[in-house]
Ligand binder design. Structure first.
Ligand code: AMP
Length: 265
């Protein structure tokens, strides 16, 4: 259908699940069946095309919004017990990778002459079986490297999931895209925050409020019990434990922390 915003999503793989979750949390209902290649949302002017990774770049042009999930990096890794002396280490070495062009570029820029050995998949086992001296591969948590007795020594590219849009969208489709991005941002903003409720003795309110700036300022309501108030606010997940410690020390009681589903500023 002509007026629908078309969005390409990985058919299967790491990005598929998190992308569909984000779309679902943005309130967009995509009827899914494992065999369908196209799915039209029932409550949003959007159609999802499920494509193989390799076909996605051709389906869109430039213009990307970072989505913050599926973060990974393309790194050089060497056997764990080898001493790493710097990038010159790779001179004359044989490196296994599925990404030869990026590695060639990187070595050219750094004046390194190495032998690049292309393998598709299970690259990390290459040094262990004597196929290569080092590898250039995707690293996320680093546990695959550890289990293959390798260590990461150079990060060459950092990557994450992105939403890529065609810059030549019609005005109508641009409006749908803006609404989609607005919804995704509201979901993602909420994921980093928590709603906090606690009881505070009135004589400690000023101190407790200073730890809880909230979106504007905290909500403070009197409790039925004389001398106590209920304080509600929003805190950053990353500051969570530090703030909880300060609140407890200041005499806060009955602290409840609740996930926030969406956050509209
Ligand atoms: P990890 O053990 O978490 O470092 O994951 C490493 C392996 O998982 C790599 O060899 C990749 O094949 C795969 N991997 C991890 N993250 C991603 C990602 N974001 N995109 C594609 N493959 C990934």
């Amino acid at each position: 259908m002509e007026g629908l915003l078309k969005i390409a999503i990985q058919t299967k793989g790491r990005l598929n699940e998190d992308s569909l979750k984000l779309i679902d949390e943005a309130g967009i209902k995509l009827p899914l069946s494992s065999r369908k290649l196209i799915s039209t949302a029932s409550n949003f002017p959007m159609e999802a095309l499920f494509l193989r990774d390799d076909d996605i770049p051709q389906a869109v042009a430039m213009g990307a919004k970072r989505l913050g999930f599926s973060k990974c990096r393309l790194s050089l890794a060497i056997p764990k017990d080898h001493e790493y002396t710097g990038i010159e280490y790779f001179n004359g070495k044989k490196i296994a990778t599925s990404y030869p062009e990026i590695l060639k570029d990187y070595f050219r820029t750094n004046n390194i002459t190495a032998e690049i050995h292309v393998i598709n998949g299970s690259v990390e086992i290459a040094p262990g079986i004597g196929l290569a001296d080092a590898i250039f591969d995707i690293v996320s948590s680093g546990s695959t490297l550890v289990s293959n007795r390798l260590k990461e020594v150079e990060v060459v590219v950092k990557s994450e999931a992105v939403l890529v849009a065609n810059p030549n969208l019609s005005e109508a489709k641009k409006a749908i895209l803006d609404e989609l991005i607005f919804r995704m941002e509201s979901v993602q903003r909420a994921e980093k925050k928590k709603y906090i409720l606690l009881n505070a003795p009135n004589d400690k309110l000023a101190e407790i409020e200073s730890y809880l700036p909230g979106m504007k300022s905290p909500t403070v309501m009197p409790l039925a019990e004389e001398g106590w108030s209920s304080v509600h606010s929003v805190i950053e997940e990353k500051d969570f434990w530090e703030i909880i410690g300060k609140l407890k020390a200041a005499g806060a009681q009955g602290i409840l922390v609740i996930p926030i589903e969406k956050m509209i500023l």
